[in-house]
Design a protein around this ligand. Structure first.
Ligand SMILES: *Cc1c(COP(=O)(O)O)cnc(C)c1O
Length: 479
């Protein structure tokens, strides 16, 4: 039997009232749960699990909304990681702009699916227009095109996938879509920085090429690929009958924010006929900065690019983008299903976006960009990004002259990797203690075989003085 909880949002007055009531109660709960600036209340995994064990997921009779919301109030809300807190700076994991939360409510309420036009008429048209304007923003030229994705990992997979298939078509006269991998598939090579994102290896694996296909290029002291070594690696691979088909430049490495040199890499790509994919999952935010945009280099040199809006742009997960310079290169994604995206639709002007995506059912994430970009404007966004970049610079200047600390490298974007001049154990202890005792969440990584700590500064509400006090807390723990 259905309990009294109304089922769906319809034009029916009773349902509209019920919808408003549940959303209002939810908003109250959310607002009440935000009582301090801690990023985390500190509970251990065991303590969290204990609370959950007693709850029957599927009770015989439904409890109704209010009872369930009470449990959310008690168990879930207080223990969320608070991404908006200025004490949260662990990962490339952003707080959400308020208007983008409103956008999430709208897109979940209407639950459009982006695979075919008849599942998302206005949403498809919005995504198409947003993508067109983003192609211009990223300077990819008149033939460019793109698609929203679940994030950087999917965008990187898409880039390497297109690079592989198009290489096979053009250079080997081989159609992977029909034939599968060619015989010499173990010879395929991708080049990327030794500190690039692990989605390179994962993609190579998924694409049937294996980790061995990924050649990790050593970095220099500023954290970018050493171009001379990159060229030597390509030459040596060619002399061993290998097939270099893709270079992935990272525009903002996950830990350090370092930005590979597109101009030099592009020269190699042209010389050897290699696809240039840029992973700008992190660094793409710089595109809206009036002061730091140039740090990205000339994106028009890329064949494809990964953009994440759920990092520097402060939009809720998921919100990723994959752009290509030549719309025709999307062809390997295309597949016509009789029930979904008939070819005749497209002749009549109905766009079915499924033909450019790995996904079928897909969220209307473009709405978040459409709303937030207009709400903030170029100035507003530029301020957000510049504040984060300048916070990292401030912290660098502070720590580099303090004997207590060692810094891995000068920040190019908004992260700083550093360590206490002490043992690895002490550095690890500091991070755990901040997490469980102080409500402060920071990152940890390894650099030169030593444990380092990391501040990833995506929150524009972080100030110099909030950074000062966290540094003081860290020094006190170490005492
Ligand atoms: C975060 C990140 C990714 C992965 O993006 P997701 O959105 O988490 O899938 C890829 N590359 C870089 C450089 C990143 O920082």
């Amino acid at each position: 039997m259905l309990n009294n909880n109304p089922l769906l949002l319809t034009s029916d007055k009773e349902n509209l009232e019920a919808f408003k009531k549940e959303i209002e109660q939810t908003l109250n709960s959310i607002c009440k749960s935000l009582t301090n600036n801690k990023a985390y209340e500190g509970l251990s995994p065991e303590e969290l699990q204990k609370n959950l064990k007693n709850i029957t997921l599927l009770p015989n009779e439904g409890l109704g909304f209010e009872k369930v919301l009470e449990k959310v109030n008690e168990i879930i809300l207080p223990n969320f990681l608070k991404t908006s807190s200025s004490s949260y700076m662990a990962h490339l994991h952003s707080p959400a702009l308020i208007e983008s939360i409103a956008a999430e409510l709208i897109l979940s309420t209407f639950n459009q699916s982006m695979d075919s036009w008849d599942q998302s008429p206005i949403a498809t048209e919005v995504e198409v227009e947003v993508v067109n304007q983003l192609c211009k923003l990223f300077n990819l030229g008149n033939n460019s095109d793109g698609i929203f994705t679940s994030g950087g990992s999917q965008s990187n997979l898409s880039g390497i996938f297109l690079a592989r298939d198009i290489f096979c078509q053009k250079k080997l006269n081989w159609d992977i879509k029909i034939e599968g991998l060619p015989e010499n598939y173990t010879k395929f090579r991708i080049y990327t920085s030794e500190i690039s994102h692990f989605s390179m290896e994962k993609s190579a694996h998924l694409l049937g090429l294996g980790y061995k296909a990924v050649r990790k290029v050593p970095i220099d002291s500023t954290g970018i690929m050493d171009i001379d070594i990159l060229e030597e690696m390509i030459e040596s691979d060619l002399s061993n009958d290998c097939l270099p088909f893709c270079i992935v430049a990272t525009l903002g490495t996950t830990d350090y924010g370092s930005i590979d040199n597109l101009k030099k890499i592009s020269k190699l790509c042209k010389k050897y006929g290699i696809w240039l994919h840029a992973d700008a999952a992190y660094g793409s935010g710089l595109i809206v900065s009036s002061k730091y945009k140039d740090r990205l280099g000339d994106i028009s040199l890329c064949d494809s690019i990964t953009v994440d809006f759920h990092k520097m742009f402060l939009l809720p997960i998921s919100c990723g983008l994959f752009l290509v310079k030549d719309s025709k290169t999307f062809e390997p994604f295309s597949f016509h299903a009789d029930y979904l995206n008939r070819e005749e639709d497209e002749e009549e002007g109905y766009v079915n976006l499924v033909g450019k995506s790995l996904q079928t059912t897909r969220r209307f994430d473009a709405l978040k960009v459409w709303m937030a970009f207009q709400v903030r404007g170029k100035d507003g966004y530029s301020n957000i990004i510049d504040t984060c970049v300048e916070n990292a610079q401030y912290l660098y200047n502070k720590l580099i002259v303090d004997d207590y600390f060692e810094v891995a490298m000068k920040p190019e974007i908004s992260s700083l990797v550093f360590r206490l001049n002490n043992t690895d154990e002490v550095n690890k202890k500091v991070r755990k203690q901040l997490l469980h005792k102080e409500g402060i969440v920071i990152g940890q990584t390894v650099f030169n075989n030593k444990t380092f700590l990391k501040f990833t500064l995506l929150n524009p509400l972080i100030t110099h003085s909030s950074l000062d006090s966290i540094i003081d807390v860290i020094k006190n723990i170490d005492k």
